[in-house]
Design a protein around this ligand. Sequence first.
Ligand code: PEP
Ligand code: MN
Length: 327
Amino acid sequence: MVVVLKPNTTEEDTKHIIEKIESKGCTVHITEGAKYNILGLVGDTTRINPHQLENYSYVDQVLRVQHPFKLVNRIFHPDNTVVDVDGVKIGNGDPVIIAGPCSVESEDQLITIAKSVKASGAKLLRGGAFKPRSSPYSFQGLGEEGLKYLKKTKEVTGLPVVSEAICLDTIDLVAQYVDVVQIGARNMQNFALLKKAGRINKPILLKRGFSSTIEELLMAAEYIVSEGNPNVILCERGIRTFETYTRNTLDISAIPIIKELSHLPIIVDPSHAAGKWRMVEPLSKASMAVGADGLIIEVHNDPENALCDGAQSLKLGTFEKLMTTVC
Ligand code: PEP
Ligand code: MN
């Protein structure tokens, strides 16, 4: 339930109605808008009678929230959330491109790629140090060594870095080294990890699970925000369908739907959606056309020999060309 207060409601009246709501067992999150202040009621609202609240002279309207997500709901927070990553703003209308290898392989590899993608216009560098691989025999990432290379590469290039945390044991370690902690598709419903992500002091890039609905994605974000971390960037990265030509099917309609439902920024990962580098540019264009706040793209200096996801990785020059056509 959301209570919209009339403009110029006094502090005293605001305090009074909040106490009234809290006495019924709900917590209240206040959003201060340019004109209206909005109270978001979180918890069991069954004991609250909306008509009683409407009786207050300073209440403009009481809206029932149909969706189970509240804190990430646009009704509760009409303005876009803008996530600030070390000065790079995601969600303010300027597209932000994140680029880099699937996995960190060496310091030289990372610095070479970072310098190149930065020159092409990328604002953040991606690179996995802990990799969630389908096979236990595949390259699992360099672990902390990879995180050290990410930190070093940031010092050299100035690009803030994004890397994935795959479990509770290592999320604090990842957060110490990087600017954005990624929760990957396979962990989107790892609720213990989501709660922990809500208690760390870094923005979270939350990727949609490949068999998850939009509502499940937003509920996963709700876990993070409800634990106290409002800086969540959502990511559509393709879902599993009957189609096998592509690795996943990019759910392009998720972007305008999420823009309508939520105030959180949403970016697209065309690389994992397609699984094929040739499709990255057209899917990038489509994503920007439907209102994505940015893209996360896999780029490698030597895709043929990449330790992970070479087939979907762009070469440095191909990424440079993409940047001239997409943004
Ligand atoms: C990744 O970004 O490297 C990754 C593993 O992505 P996803 O979780 O979307 O599969
Ligand atoms: Mn990858």
